[in-house]
Design a protein around this ligand. Structure first.
Ligand code: GDP
Length: 479
């Protein structure tokens, strides 16, 4: 068969069944094409509708992205303070805020919101985003230009800002929505401390008003996707995009987040050195929110109770020096991630000092122990991203409650993890863990409001696919 010259064809799996756009320079972002070969399962198939919407988003982004004619024009509106007539390009600007796991989840949420509202997503590079992620859209950058007029205000945007939507509502600014008086931009405060008025973002009526505002600037530390599924005007589109609701972040994450070659080097070297040759890979993500310096005995007890009870790791035999396995022993590689090295050292020593009852060989590995969160440091965040990715390459995953770091790993990997319950009063909970209902992240601060009836309701009880989370009783997740 003749193929047109000059075109490169990738096998279906390389572009994740059409999820990824063709036409990127492969060498500039190796992770985009190589990460599939590190995963055992065949990539899941995105809906053809999602694929077509992504391609049309890419076209929109190309037409409206930074320094395009339309961008320059809409920027003039922003500078003038008032919006004059409808602009053909509207934007949602994502402010870089919070820990890396949180940022990955909020960026995916903002992108989905942009898709639903035909806006262009622009990403505040913050201090480290360009060193972490490749460009996801062909040809035109997703990064907000450094000369964007409001950029210097990003850090100070809060609920008291005169453009904060919640504050403007409180002060009755939209009582008479005469179009000429609408501002050219709004600041949407969707941070966990947001109040009743900020949360009206999740109401159809408010969404209708936003349609007239070219610039929405968003600060959030929450995966707010589950509540988008409860907005009536988005319902149909979302169910077309995602016939399987358990796969929302899985697809958005694999579409958007490709580690730079620097980070991919960290990932690939570690994987090949320590994980590739094992018969089975087990990920254990430890995130302790207790105050005080660990390692804590109750956390160690909990990890072992969970992994042994659920048959993820074998028991040890303290009475025998050597155990001869009946069949061929399995080599299991355990990838642990934690800010401290204490849990890793204890478990590694345990499997060195004693044989396992099955004769299986257990290797325990932990790439880093950064001791505490250092969100402002480039290499620290690159290692954190590398570790989330490495966890997503495991066959079996154990995660900690409340941690967005773990959510990213599980969803990217397409894994339904065992979640370690959050310890109370420094004791290991019983049962120590449970299997997650779905691989989706949990929205930690959802609204509990019925926009139509104007009263409180349990938003975890409205539709079968939006439920309360396993690890946070008031959170919401897609199942
Ligand atoms: P969350 O706080 O668990 O929801 O996750 P975030 O990623 O938003 O914030 C925690 C931050 O602490 C990470 O981004 C890292 O900077 C750091 N951190 C926490 N756990 C680990 C870990 O296991 N490994 C590394 N390298 N960093 C971690």
């Amino acid at each position: 068969e003749d193929k047109p010259s000059g075109t490169v064809e990738f096998p279906v799996d390389k572009l994740l069944h059409g999820l990824l756009a063709a036409g990127f320079d492969e060498g500039s972002c190796l992770s985009r094409y190589q990460s599939t070969s590190y995963r055992k399962e065949r990539p899941r198939k995105p809906s053809s509708y999602l694929i077509s919407r992504l391609r049309s988003y890419e076209a929109l982004h190309k037409r409206c992205g930074p320094y395009t004619e339309s961008y320059n024009k809409t920027l003039e509106q922003l500078k003038s303070g008032h919006q004059s007539g409808t602009s053909d390009c509207n934007y949602v600007v994502w402010i870089s805020f919070s820990g890396l796991g949180n940022r990955i989840l909020t960026l995916a949420s903002a992108f989905l919101y942009a898709l639903l509202t035909n806006r262009v997503l622009l990403v505040d590079p913050g201090i480290d985003m360009t060193g972490l992620f490749c460009e996801p859209f062909p040809e035109v950058s997703w990064f907000l230009p450094a000369d964007f007029p409001l950029k210097i205000q990003f850090a100070s945007f809060d609920q008291k800002n005169s453009h904060c939507y919640g504050k403007m509502l409180k002060e009755n600014n939209f009582a008479n929505p005469d179009k000429s008086e609408l501002p050219s931009y709004l600041y949407l405060h969707l941070v966990h401390d947001y109040d009743f008025h900020d949360k009206l973002f999740f109401c159809d009526q408010d969404q209708t008003l936003f349609q007239k505002i070219p610039w929405l600037i968003m600060k959030t530390d929450n995966y707010f996707v589950p509540s988008l599924f409860l907005i009536p005007s988005f319902e149909k589109e979302l169910s077309n995009l995602f016939p399987n609701k358990d796969l929302v972040f899985h697809f958005l994450g694999r579409y958007l987040f490709h580690p730079t070659n620097k980070v991919w080097g960290l990932i690939a070297r570690y994987y090949k050195s320590y994980l590739a040759n094992a018969d089975e890979r087990i990920g254990i993500q430890i995130r302790v929110f207790d105050t005080g310096t660990g390692p804590f005995q109750h956390v160690l007890d909990q990890i072992l109770a969970c992994t042994i009870k659920e048959n993820l790791l074998p028991e040890i035999n303290k009475n025998e020096a050597i155990i001869s396995p009946s069949g061929t022993p399995k080599a299991k590689a355990v990838l642990m991630t934690s800010l401290s090295s204490g849990y890793f050292e204890k478990i590694r020593d345990m499997y060195w000092e004693h044989p396992t009852v099955t004769g299986d060989l257990i290797g325990i590995y932990q790439p880093s122990h950064e001791e505490h969160q250092q969100t402002h440091k480039q290499m620290h965040n690159q290692k954190a991203l590398a570790e989330m990715y490495l966890l997503s390459f495991t066959d079996v995953l154990v995660t900690s409650s409340w941690s967005t770091f773990g959510y990213v790993a599980q969803s990217l990997g397409g894994l339904r993890p065992w979640i370690l319950y959050k310890p109370e009063n420094r004791t290991a909970p019983d049962p120590p863990c449970r299997r997650a209902m779905s691989m989706e992240p949990c929205f930690h601060a959802p609204p509990f409001y019925d926009c139509k009836a104007k009263r409180g309701i349990d938003t975890g009880d409205l539709v079968p696919h939006v439920r309360h989370c396993e690890d946070m009783s008031w959170g919401l997740k897609l199942v």
